[in-house]
Design a protein around this ligand. Structure first.
Ligand SMILES: *[C@@H]1O[C@H](CO)[C@@H](O)[C@H](O)[C@H]1NC(C)=O
Ligand SMILES: *[C@@H]1O[C@H](CO)[C@@H](O)[C@H](O)[C@H]1NC(C)=O
Ligand SMILES: *[C@@H]1O[C@H](CO)[C@@H](O)[C@H](O)[C@H]1NC(C)=O
Length: 290
């Protein structure tokens, strides 16, 4: 083999190896998380880094906890990590032991919404199957993100060039039910892709984390954005369908955060319902004072 060929060969190997040794997609943490069952405070193993990344991604660990540490600290299931794991367990109605038991790992492996459960250090998920704690959020003097009273008749559109077969399920299953839940205080009108730039709510497909954990996200008011992971399957009949996932993301678009109530559509993963729950209606009305 000529020297230049060998160099190209080596460069190729170097390019390929990281792709194999991590997973097909750098953000795909599911494949790493599954091997962490049984770990607890005091344990030290490389995989704990993935646990910390997961907890960070959804708001349970601060960024500086990941960045400022020595490698041996990153592999360490320390007290801060245990605290974060317990909060995660509480939020998902699991026993808050801090131990990565089967139930906790299974919950973490589920496809979910990409919006963090904890934003600006405040968890509004309450644990014990309860809805998020709006009073707590308000006591913290956090301005609630809502659409102003002048914007109740909202327009929406799907990004030009996107498949047309999603418009109907989004309209019927994701968007109209929130108008009903709001007692028609909110109305939503589809205005066609040619008016996408001018629409209040812009819906698109983008690459998020491959065919992996994050299915979609929705931005809080008044950003008016919802995006689905284009690498996940959104064919008609596939579960969870675009209608149900879109219904959850519309909750975020209207300002609702995640909820610990598994019968709330705002539970971060599949939960136990496909429709807007009683607690969702109550909190929406509280948020807007309808
Ligand atoms: C992500 O990891 C899961 C679990 O190992 C696997 O089923 C899935 O195919 C992976 N996705 C990608 C894009 O690598
Ligand atoms: C708004 O909500 C209130 C309370 O649920 C309801 O009485 C009213 O009819 C709703 N609709 C409009 C258009 O105001
Ligand atoms: C919409 O905005 C995009 C990006 O800013 C721009 O490229 C495009 O031309 C706009 N489309 C219309 C119809 O104005």
């Amino acid at each position: 083999m000529a020297a230049s060929n060998a160099a190209i060969f080596l460069a190729l190997i170097c390019l390929l190896l990281p792709a194999y040794s991590s997973s097909a997609h750098p953000n795909n943490l599911s494949s790493h998380i599954r091997h962490l069952q049984g770990l607890k405070k005091g344990d030290k193993t490389e995989g704990i880094q993935s646990l910390k990344k997961y907890l960070h991604q959804y708001g349970y660990l601060h960024d500086n906890h990941l960045n400022t540490q020595q490698v041996e600290d990153r592999y360490h299931f320390d007290e801060t990590t245990e605290k974060a794991a317990k909060t995660y367990q509480l939020n998902f109605n699991l026993k808050p032991t801090g131990v990565l038991d089967h139930e906790t790992i299974s919950m973490m492996m589920k496809p979910r919404c990409g919006v963090p459960d904890i934003i600006n250090g405040a968890t509004k998920m309450n644990g014990a199957g309860k809805y998020y704690n709006l009073a707590y959020a308000l006591n913290k003097e956090e301005a609630p993100r809502v659409w102003p009273a002048s914007r109740r008749a909202l327009t929406w559109a799907v990004k030009p060039g996107t498949r047309k077969d999603v418009i109907d399920p989004l309209a019927k299953e994701s968007i109209e039910p929130w108008s009903v839940a709001s007692g028609k205080n909110f109305t939503f009108k589809y205005i066609g892709e040619e008016n996408y730039n001018a629409s209040d709510i812009k819906i698109s497909f983008m690459k998020i984390d491959g065919n992996g954990k994050v299915l979609a996200w929705g931005a809080p008011p008044t950003e008016g954005m919802m995006a689905f992971d284009e690498d996940d399957t959104w064919e008609p009949g596939h579960v969870p369908g675009i209608g149900k996932v879109g219904l959850h993301e519309m909750g975020h678009v209207l300002g609702l955060p995640h909820s610990s109530d598994p019968y709330s559509i705002m539970f971060p993963n599949q939960g136990k319902t496909n429709t807007i729950g009683k607690s969702d209606v109550t909190e929406l009305k509280k948020l807007y004072g309808f």
